[in-house]
Design a protein around this ligand. Structure first.
Ligand code: NAX
Length: 352
């Protein structure tokens, strides 16, 4: 039996986590032969609810669940972790401006980045789910001087899965047969779901089977606004699909993604496709045992360029709003980080 991996989840008593932690315990994130230790983190006010989550984890009698610890602070909650899924974030309150929201989250994610840097396993891999996810990932990584920015990612896999699901429905095919979709940019309404390179299992081009006006005027906005549509229908935000996306993201990052397909991840921009360095921007990537690699050399047409730049602009604006809160000393390292294509070992294999 392998040694267990330590997995921290923040916001662990919230809706997304309630759809996720049981699936981590059953092996869906790290595989059916990988035991896990769950280190669940919540705000002090939610510790009682978190105890309930832990009771249900015990009642699931999961063979892969080595142990569960509960924490009301990240310094203890992140101790020794190999993976961290940062779900908890400050939601937008009444009368709160975008700047207030960014600043409130900057304080949370700065503390979390620092704690990861100081207390997590040096090979930790971090997924930021809590919104605004891309800029929160930037803040966390800039506050983690002992870690590489490539160890931080923001979740755009839900957007990726959404466009795959929608186009599959439109073309009357199974979602599993749609490959090479891409999400560019921010996890927000400016994101660009790009189907220009997508193919079906039989090798046929997806974009050739779509009506160009329908793609631009209906499908792209439907993906961009899917979160709002779910809130409108359900009265609650997406939780099951968000949890699925987090599981897909971490599983592919840790174990490798399908080599015939791409996935989308919000990652530190290295300047690929002319996107400003140093922001967390979603690119199409392939993963190979703990490392990701941006898909290079794609032809970008005028429409794509325009949409990729619109979402880049929003991320640059978000960064400008919290720039004064970013530590200066990590700026140069961030902008000049070099991505090693040498695959890392999965963090947990080093333990065994
Ligand atoms: P909930 O409000 O149900 O749960 C959030 C939980 O986080 C609460 O239990 C709260 O006590 C806890 N929390 C808040 N601040 C914390 C902190 N500093 N440390 C530890 N715990 C903290 O929200 P839920 O529906 O689970 O959504 C969580 C986050 O995911 C939100 O920010 C949401 O906007 C974001 N989402 C991101 C998505 C993505 O694709 N990147 C999609 C789904 C979701 O909208």
């Amino acid at each position: 039996m392998r040694h267990p991996v330590r997995v921290a989840v923040t916001g662990a008593a919230g809706s997304i986590s309630y759809s996720m932690v049981y699936r981590i315990a059953s092996g869906e994130m790290f595989g059916p032969d990988q035991p896990v230790i769950l280190q669940l983190v919540e705000l002090p006010v939610a510790m009682n609810a978190l105890k309930g989550v832990a009771m249900e984890l015990a009642d699931g009698a999961y063979p892969l669940l080595h142990s569960v610890t509960l924490h009301d602070n990240v310094q203890e909650g992140f101790a020794g972790v190999h993976y961290a899924v940062l779900v908890g974030a400050r939601p937008r309150g009444k009368g709160m401006e975008r700047q207030d929201l960014l600043e409130a989250n900057a304080a949370i994610f700065a503390e979390q980045g620092k704690a990861l840097s100081d207390f997590a396993n040096p090979d930790v891999r971090v997924l930021v789910v809590g919104n605004p996810a891309n800029t929160n990932a930037l803040i966390a990584s800039r506050n983690a001087p002992n870690l590489s920015p490539s160890q931080f990612t923001a979740m755009t896999r839900l957007d990726h899965n959404r466009v795959v699901g929608m186009v599959a429905e439109k073309l009357g095919v199974n979602a599993g047969s749609v490959r090479r979709a891409a999400i560019w940019g921010n996890h927000s309404a400016t994101q660009y779901p790009d189907l220009h390179h997508a193919v079906l299992d039989d090798g046929s081009s997806v974009i050739d089977q779509l009506d160009a006006a329908d793609y631009r005027e209906n499908l792209i906005p439907a993906v961009q606004k899917r979160g709002a549509a779910i809130i409108e229908a359900r009265g609650l935000s997406s939780a099951a699909s968000a949890s699925q996306a987090a599981i897909d993201h971490m599983r592919d990052w840790a174990a490798g993604s399908d080599r015939h397909d791409w996935v989308s991840m919000g990652i530190i921009s290295d300047g690929s496709y002319g996107i400003a360095k140093g922001i967390f921007y979603s690119f199409p990537v392939q993963c190979n045992f703990g490392a990701y690699r941006i898909i290079q050399g794609l032809e970008i047409n005028e429409m794509s360029r325009e949409l990729m730049q619109a979402t880049e602009k929003e991320l640059l604006e978000e960064r400008a709003m919290i720039e004064h809160l970013l530590p200066k000393e990590t700026e140069e390292a961030h902008d000049n980080f070099s991505y090693s294509s040498e695959p890392h070992k999965p963090a947990h294999q080093e333990l065994t």
